[in-house]
Design a protein around this ligand. Structure first.
Ligand code: TEU
Ligand code: CA
Length: 598
């Protein structure tokens, strides 16, 4: 008997072990599928919501009227409570602030107005303590003209730093080619000490770095490691597709798209793959490239995970679906169908190796509720919540821009003396002082599309200057509607836009189908309603948005069964059945409703 028992025990141990092996094997299989979901590689930066902070306008802690790092640290619990997982910090490096930090004079020091390296270290520690992550805004297509490299480079043609930048002699006594700067005027500036031109795709004070110089690439990679070794979790990369230029600098021909050309230089992918080999691959971090000029077709070239370049890019098809000031920017009427077509293009043209971002605003664009919703009193809250519903249910990493979670609006600048943005001030000089556009027209258009709209100080409460600063005069005007629109009111009001954002972020976090699920537009041609599904592993989520200020009746596709109402921005959803028994919604203006369906 004993033998049998022993034998049985032995066999059991075998089968047990075998079961163990199977379990381990199944675990490993589970792990493999755990590494993927719906055919997509799982990553933290695909699951978190990112919140963009424009530090100059976020919170002033020392009463000088300018936001700073200590101010941001004081507000980390506000962001934690909102539910965002990652903070994208606008440029915090030393800068003379010609372009509010996008002109860097020292990559290893903190902008004087923002505080000290100790303040930065305290901010990073505060972010980590709350289980959040911090990505920095890396501006390496150009530096400030006050960077030591440029100070040296312009001294002489033989200076060791000469080739850190892009210098060319005059051509027929003029600029080397006909390129214009993004901030008006020629993209070339004649520099007297050496009587040559240097390239600046943006302000004169932002000379472009010469990425063809391996010393420049090494300097940049060392800067990246300096901050990654401090523990930051990644970079947003300013106009990174612009870093490689055709050394012939051919003129732009009539009808050519400058953005498409400048974002597709001969070595852009070589340099990004080198950056990945030398830096990115060595850290658990993420990258998102600002890819103005990159078409959807070329998007995988930058972010297909098998190419080992960047993780994500900001593609500009959405923000470019909107009109711009005539004479200043291209002007075209905006249609919801254009907007919807972009997301269908993303779904059908990007495969599972290419992950998208979803954003409707940032520090370079007007406020989303004014631009894509309505900032009229009766529609501001419903339309802001409708936009939030879209932001957190479309496919891709959502980027929230500071203040949009409060429904902050554009500000109607009355006078150029209040306008800070170098892009707007240069365009004013060129267009108005140049006699091409009258002041009234220019300011009216600027108020629709100008960048300062999104840079007015964060509205914390109803105290003077919205609680942003104790200074008498903040660096930029505070929108006077702060008395009604502010964080103190909204964090305590359960029906506020802030709390709607918080609930939608929570819903997204707890619903894998909203993160990794397939996207399908159910009615691309409808002129007011945006209706789509997100589906994965048998779970199907229906998102129904009335993108208009009209009451709209909308009948769902045949045999759709509503299982659970997951979110809505109205107090009571109105619906009945049509004569075929299909569900018919009576959508109120800007109504958003999210259901789990069969
Ligand atoms: O913006 C680059 C860019 O594409 C901008 O020119 C944008 O399209 C335009 O301002 C819209 O009106 C990045 C930064 O986001 C921006 O703040 C900087 O001014 C610019 O680069 C230069 O660094
Ligand atoms: Ca300050």
């Amino acid at each position: 008997m004993k033998k049998l028992t022993l034998l049985f025990a032995f066999l059991t141990s075998l089968t047990g072990a075998c079961k163990m092996d199977q379990k381990k094997a199944s675990d490993s299989v589970a792990t493999e599928t755990a590494g993927q979901i719906n055919g997509i590689t799982k990553k933290w930066w695909k699951e978190d919501v990112v919140y963009q902070v424009y530090p100059r306008s976020f919170k002033d802690s020392n009463g000088d009227g300018i936001g700073d790092l200590q101010g941001l640290t004081q507000k980390l619990d506000y962001l934690k409570n909102l539910g965002v997982g990652v903070i994208w910090l606008g440029p915090h490096f030393k800068s003379p602030n010609v372009d509010n930090g996008y002109d860097i004079s020292d990559y290893r020091d903190i902008m004087t107005e923002f505080g000290t390296m100790q303040d930065f270290d305290a901010l990073l520690a505060g972010v980590k303590q709350r289980g959040m992550k911090l990505i920095l805004d890396l501006v390496v297509n150009h530096t400030s003209d006050q960077h030591q490299w440029f100070v040296e480079s312009r001294k002489s043609k033989t200076n060791p730093y000469r080739d850190y930048y892009i210098w060319r002699p005059a051509k027929n006594g003029k600029e080397p080619n006909n390129w214009t700067s993004g901030f008006s005027g020629s993209a070339w500036k004649l520099d007297t000490p050496t009587n040559e031109y240097y390239l600046h795709l943006f302000a004169v004070q932002q000379p472009d770095l010469n990425w063809d110089n391996p010393k420049v690439r090494k300097e940049v990679f060392d800067v990246m490691k300096f901050w990654l070794d401090k523990g930051v979790d990644g970079f947003r990369m300013d106009v990174i597709p612009f870093i490689s230029k055709n050394p012939e600098f051919p003129d732009l021909k009539p009808g050519e798209d400058f953005g498409a050309i400048i974002s597709n230089g001969p070595h852009v992918h070589d340099y990004l793959q080198e950056m990945n080999r030398e830096v990115l691959s060595k850290y658990n971090m993420t990258t998102v490239g600002e890819a103005s000029g990159v078409s959807l077709q070329r998007t995988p070239d930058f972010i297909d995970e098998r190419r080992h370049e960047l993780n994500m890019i900001f593609q500009f098809d959405i923000v470019n679906t909107i009109d711009r000031a005539p004479g200043w920017k291209h002007t075209k009427p905006w249609k919801i169908e254009d907007f919807k077509a972009v997301f269908t293009k993303y779904e059908t043209q990007l495969d599972k190796h290419t992950w998208n971002t979803v954003f409707f605003g940032n520090h370079d664009n007007p406020r989303i509720v004014s631009r894509f919703g309505s900032d009229l009193p009766e529609y501001r809250a419903p339309s802001a919540k409708m936009l939030a519903t879209m932001l957190f249910t479309l496919k891709g990493t959502p980027f929230v821009y500071q203040g949009d979670e409060l429904g902050m609006t554009n500000y109607a600048f009355k006078d150029m003396k209040d306008v800070n943005d170098v892009e707007a001030r240069n365009a004013y000089t060129d267009l108005v002082l140049g006699g091409k556009v009258d002041t009234k027209t220019y300011i009216a258009e600027l108020n629709k599309t100008g960048r300062d709209n999104a840079r007015t100080p964060m509205q914390w409460d109803a105290s003077p200057n919205a609680g942003f600063t104790t200074a008498a005069k903040p660096w930029l005007v505070v929108n006077p509607n702060y008395k009604e629109i502010n964080a103190a009111q909204e964090t305590t009001d359960t029906a506020s836009i802030y709390n709607y954002y918080r609930k939608m972020i929570e819903l997204r976090k707890n619903t894998p189908a909203l993160i990794y699920g397939d996207y399908k537009d159910l009615d691309p041609a409808h002129p007011q309603v945006f209706i789509y599904t997100r589906s994965m592993e048998g779970k199907k989520i229906l998102v129904l948005l009335n993108f208009s200020n009209k009451q709209v009746d909308y009948t769902l596709p045949q045999s759709t069964t509503l299982k659970t109402l997951l979110a809505t921005n109205v107090s009571g959803v109105q619906m009945d059945k049509d004569d075929k028994g299909n569900i018919k919604f009576h959508l109120t203006p800007y109504q958003a409703s999210v259901y789990e369906i069969n």
